[in-house]
Structure formats: C-alpha cells, structure tokens
Design a protein around this ligand. Sequence first.
Ligand code: SF4
Ligand code: SF4
Length: 360
Amino acid sequence: MISFFKTIWGMLFRLFPCPTKVGLCGIGDPGPDSPVLVTCNFDLTVKRLKRVLKSIDVWLLVAESKGVNVWCAAGGEEFNTHSVVSAVKTCGIEDRVTHRTLILPPRGAPGINAAEVGSRTGWKVRWGPVYAADIPRYLADNYKKDEGMKRARYDLPERLDTGLGSIFPIYFIGAMGFFIFGRNLITEYLVAGAPAFIVFMSLCPWIPGRRGITKAFFVDAVLVSTLMIIEVSLKQYISQLRLFLIIALVMIPVYGLELGGLASTMKSDLDPFLAKLGIGAVGNVAFAGTVRTELLNGYRELTYNEDLCIGCRSCAEVCPQGVWKMGKNNKAEVVNKEACTACRACLVQCKTEAIQAPRV
Ligand code: SF4
Ligand code: SF4
C-alpha cells in the first residue's frame, strides 16, 4: 500500500522528494560480468527502471539524489559526483563484478562529473541512452548508441507524464483556493483547467514560439479571437463560455511557464523568473545562484576554445540537444547553437576547460 501511494506521489508531485533506498540491487540474475547501471533514488524512477530491465540481468546502483528525479536533481546539483562516488564505494559492487564500467543516465550529466567519478573510483563511466526503454537494446548492441538514443525527444507520453507531475501541485493549490474562497466556481475551474493542460501539452510542438511562455500567449490569443468570432457571428454574449475561457487563459500561461523547466529540449522560463524573485528552490530542486540559472538569465555565456579541445567526445555524448558534433580533425564543433537549453552538461563534462561559462 505504501509503495502504491509513493508511486502516485511520484507521478503527481514530481518536484518534491519521494526517496527510495540507496544501494545496490540485482535485477534478474546478475553475475560478475553483468552491466552496472546507476540511477537516482527517486522512487518512481527506480520502479520504472526495474520494470524496463526485468528481462535482462543487470546490477542497479541507486545513488543519493535526495529523492528527486535524475533531470531535476542533476540540474539542482542534488544528484552529483559525490553521490555517485559514495554509492560506488559503499555498496559492495567492487566485490561482485570483474569489470569496472558504470553506465550513467545522460540526464545526470549536468550534475555528475564523469572524469572525477573515474579518478576517484577507478571506474570508467559510459553515458547510456537518454531513455530507459532503449537500455536493453543498447546493452545488446555492446554499448552502441544510435542518434535516437542520444537525443531528448520530449514526445507526447513524456510531455504528459512530466507535465502532470509538475503542474498537478499548482492545479491542486488552485482547487484549494477555489474551495475556500470561491466554491461556486470550483467546477468551472476543474473542468476548464484539465483539458487546457492536455490540449496545450499535446499540441505544444506545433504551437509557434520557441519558449513555453511564448507558446502559451499564442494559444491565449487564439482562444480570445475564437470567442470573439463566435460571439460576433452569433450576436450573443456567452457568459458561461467566457468563464471557462478566462480560467483557461490564466492556466495556460502557468503551464507554458513551467514547460521549459520540464523538458531538456526547451529553455526554462520559470527558473530564472523565480530566481529573480528571490525564490531559490521548489521542493528539493534548487536553482537560484546555479550556473544554469545564470546562463538562462544571461549573466553568463557558454564559450568554446577549440585549441583546448582534446577530442574526448564528452560534450557530444551528453548534450541532449545535439549542439556538439565531433569534426574531422577530432575537435568538437558547435553545429546547432540555437538549440542549447543551458543545461550545462557539456560544461561539467569538459575535462580541459575548452568549454567555459564566464560572466558577461
Ligand atoms: S550545448 Fe547547451 S544543451 Fe548542449 S549540453 Fe551544453 S549547455 Fe546543455
Ligand atoms: S570540447 Fe571538451 S568535452 Fe568536448 S570533445 Fe573537446 S575536450 Fe572533450
């Protein structure tokens, strides 16, 4: 029963901690040659990973992330180099396998410095596929990743899943507010807010605008225009429809503001906005004062010095947006700068300071 409630909590309150036990577990019948995968100690992530991996024999090393999911915890520096080093050194994995290779989730790259994990543990770090569903194929193909395994897609199931976990607390607080201060409008709020979320999340890749908030204002403008056209053509003032629309008009920008922070494919609008307001964290996810927020706020800028590049490929391995590619001279090249979401994974992984983020 507790496990069921933790699953529901993890799905609906994603930004808030839902920890599970840190340590080593075997999935299937792992032996000394079995791969060692590392993940965070967010209960839902561990459960989902176990489900995806149930048909293969692997070791799963659950490292401390203060009960937060990989992407948020790495961004907020809760899932970090120290948590992985500490898990490796204390879980007893060294006695159970003959190899020394860890497979880390690339969404953890903004928080975990792979080179430092290697030098402190003696283990080699590989970045696995972005999506857990690809792990069995990645392992079967002898650690080979195709392009689809390297890039974040943020397709519909992921949008609804992450969106629900992030938006639900706001939706819930709104419902409480109506329950206390405007009970006569709570039905309209509940009825208008949920479809607005589903429609916005479903259509968001096709809505004009690169940022979530821009997309939201575009949708608001379309909704207002549509209502005006309906009312003018019917020559009628439709008060009930207006009520639903006003609620949707308020909720959609809230969803839009939140959207960027959820996806590794979009820049966050919310983090720099809250940081400017002096709000430094939501739940266990910190962002104010982090390099990522300063990049988003334009206080810092990513720079690249090709002369310092040693061709280690790390930036190209971890960038969820395909900003980096290895050139013919085995030096990194910036091929898609516009797509950068300031996650800072490349910055953390670059061993030689070829990539930096000086203040501007
Ligand atoms: S280039 Fe931008 S999106 Fe890619 S890893 Fe670096 S900071 Fe993240
Ligand atoms: S820029 Fe840095 S991380 Fe990228 S290949 Fe060169 S040395 Fe490696």
